[in-house]
Design a protein around this ligand. Structure first.
Ligand SMILES: Nc1ncnc2c1ncn2[C@@H]1O[C@H](COP(=O)(O)OP(=O)(O)OP(=O)(O)O)[C@@H](O)[C@H]1O
Length: 243
């Protein structure tokens, strides 16, 4: 990757350990603004842990993280969460209506979400505005994921971290979510950093890809490199998974 692009996220020699286990090892690199970067790697390689560092849920033992050119620890926690949204595989919901769930991020900031804005968000994610009063327990997996994405958009994040958001969905819902994320990326210039186990998805959706193994970034580049990686370990990892 060349170094001329604007950096939404920059990592400099980031290390992180838990209970003597060195989970992230010397992570160095940057995620370009306004692009989709996918993050792949075997289970337990440290991908989710890297995300936790990006939105301040954990702090590195050493090294520096910059968000939009400013050190991560110069942000107050609320501002950081507004800038860096995160959506997870299980799309956790509180019991109650869609409106109640969409309101959560602002409730936490003691602000109020207007019904009009909530409907706008539903429209954006391709759901009927009448869904606002539906109980989230009655939604399908794909619909829950859309609400989860809409909920992260309440704060208009500049960076969106997506952790395995399509892995429990059928292929139709998966495609729907892929189109939605691409639309968000194009419409708002939102930087997307997306963990996926689906290497074909990582390649087709990503502009760039980071590959992580055993806590290290072992290969990065335009996502097409997954077709023909340089590192032997990566060749084994992608074998038969991408066309
Ligand atoms: N709080 C913790 N305490 C102990 N070990 C942890 C903790 N958090 C993460 N780990 C360990 O760190 C390693 C990396 O975990 P992480 O969840 O980041 O991997 P991952 O690449 O996201 O995996 P997956 O693809 O399965 O979600 C694993 O060995 C995990 O068991």
């Amino acid at each position: 990757m060349n170094n001329d692009y604007n950096k939404a996220l920059l990592f400099k020699q980031v290390n992180y350990s838990v209970d003597g286990l060195h989970i992230l090892k010397n992570i160095t690199g940057s995620i370009p603004k306004g692009k989709i970067t996918t993050l792949v790697g075997p289970s337990g390689s440290g991908k989710t842990t890297l995300f936790k560092l990006c939105n301040g849920l954990q702090s590195p033992d050493s090294g520096d993280i910059y968000i939009n050119d400013k050190p991560i620890n110069s942000y107050d926690p609320v501002k950081l969460r507004r800038n860096v949204g995160i959506a997870l595989q299980n799309a956790a919901m509180i019991s109650g209506s869609v409106m109640k769930n969409l309101s959560l991020p602002l409730d936490l900031q003691e602000e109020k979400l207007s019904e009009e804005r909530a409907k706008e968000l539903l429209h954006l994610v391709g759901m009927n505005k009448d869904s606002l009063q539906r109980n989230t327990k009655d939604l399908s997996g794909g619909q829950r994921q859309k609400i989860s994405i809409a909920r992260t958009l309440v704060n208009k994040p500049k960076i969106l971290l997506l952790d395995e958001i399509t892995s429990s969905l059928d292929s139709v819902s998966r495609q729907d979510i892929e189109e939605l994320i691409t639309k968000i990326n194009h419409t708002y210039d939102t930087t997307i950093f997306w963990i996926t186990h689906n290497l074909q998805q990582a390649m087709t959706i990503g502009d760039y890809t980071w590959a992580m193994m055993d806590g290290e970034i072992i290969e990065t580049g335009e996502s097409n490199f997954l077709k023909d990686p340089k590192k032997e370990r990566m060749k084994d990892f992608v074998r038969g998974e991408v066309e």
